[in-house]
Ligand binder design. Structure first.
Ligand code: XIL
Length: 330
């Protein structure tokens, strides 16, 4: 079987691994992982997993992942140092449950980042330093970070602390809904531009790219990549999945061969564009958010009972039409 990453040598081809399946020693599962040369944990390197209680860090999963990647000549994406979701319950409050002040929160952020990025120094190819810090209208998301700190200072400092701790890792800002022009993309653009002007060490922008059959168009995504590349930044597609539905609220339908073919064409035209942008030096990594459809995070979301079938392999670990489309040049 042709390995997918060999078809696209211009960028790293990644997959998000679900911790439990990763530890299954199924050789069939592991042979599917050979299609990829970049790995990211779907959940196991988030804040709650890394520092469940204050000062108590858990590096077991991260280190297993790093070893697995090394054994397979692959790289690791670290996802994610800071996020408003999947954080440990203690992070924003003191012992009595009261909101902490700005200095305390900044200190906690500093410790979290320096401890993790420092311990894993040299072994993480790219860190998502911050995840989803923007609101839909392009202003900063009103998260607990923003609520307590009141400015983008925590974002700037997060990048500085990450750089100090692991000077070789690429440092990324990651978000969704930014791969086509609009207020959110503009907000991100202004934020990264002002960070660059201030000398903040940021290397690139991660487009999550949870998309559907129709939107955004391949050309809109290309223009978005070019827009950030023109700032001298690297772009990565960090969480790609293409639902077989045309919108978030389309009701459940039968997933026919025809629909799977349409999905395969969409993946193929997207990958043709990725290849061109990577050859231009604008794009370095494309990561698929999961391996098999049955375990996709999109099942039941946003429509209960709806399977979105957005990935490359089905629940029986069999390759879907998209695989054939990607390995065949025509
Ligand atoms: C998702 C995981 O896939 C799920 O298993 C988990 O329950 C919730 O988080 N944006 C991100 C990812 O940056 O971390 C999210 O991952 C999907 C949306």
């Amino acid at each position: 079987k042709t390995l997918l990453h060999t078809i696209y040598p211009d960028f790293q081809l990644g997959v998000a691994i679900n911790n439990s399946s990763y530890f299954e020693s199924s050789s069939e599962y592991n042979s599917l992982l050979k299609h990829f040369n970049s790995f990211v944990f779907e959940n196991s390197m988030k804040m709650d997993a890394m520092q469940p209680s204050e000062g108590e860090f858990n590096f077991n999963n991260a280190k297993k992942m790093i070893k697995f990647a090394k054994d397979n000549d692959s790289v690791v994406r670290g996802h994610t140092l800071l996020w408003h979701s999947q954080y440990p319950y203690w992070f924003f409050t003191d012992k009595s449950g009261k909101k902490v002040d700005k200095d305390t929160l900044l200190k906690r952020i500093e410790t979290h980042i320096k401890t993790i990025a420092g311990e894993l120094k040299g072994d993480i190819n790219t860190w998502d330093v911050v995840n989803e810090v923007l609101a839909e209208n392009g202003t900063l998301r009103e998260s607990q970070y923003y609520d307590i700190i009141g400015s983008d200072e925590y974002i700037e400092m997060a990048f500085r602390w990450a750089r100090e701790s692991d000077p070789k890792a690429k440092l990324f800002i990651n978000d969704y809904g930014i791969s086509r022009k609009g207020p959110k993309q503009d907000g991100l653009y202004n934020l990264v531009k002002s960070m660059l002007d201030r000398g903040v060490p940021i290397d690139g922008v991660g487009f999550q790219t949870h998309i559907n059959l129709n939107y955004p168009s391949v050309e809109d995504i290309r223009k978005s990549i070019k827009r950030f590349a023109a700032l001298g930044l690297d772009v990565q597609i960090t969480e790609l999945d293409i639902s077989v539905y045309k919108s978030d609220n389309e009701p459940k339908k039968e997933i026919t061969e025809e629909i799977l073919l349409e999905q395969a064409y969409r993946y193929k035209s997207l990958f043709d564009m990725f290849k061109e942008e990577a050859a231009l030096g604008n794009l370095s990594n494309v990561t698929i958010w999961g391996l098999t459809d049955d375990k996709s995070w999109l099942n039941d979301f946003p429509v209960k009972g709806r399977e979105n079938a957005p990935l490359f392999f089905d629940g029986n670990l069999k390759e879907k039409t998209v695989y054939t489309a990607l390995v065949n040049p025509e």
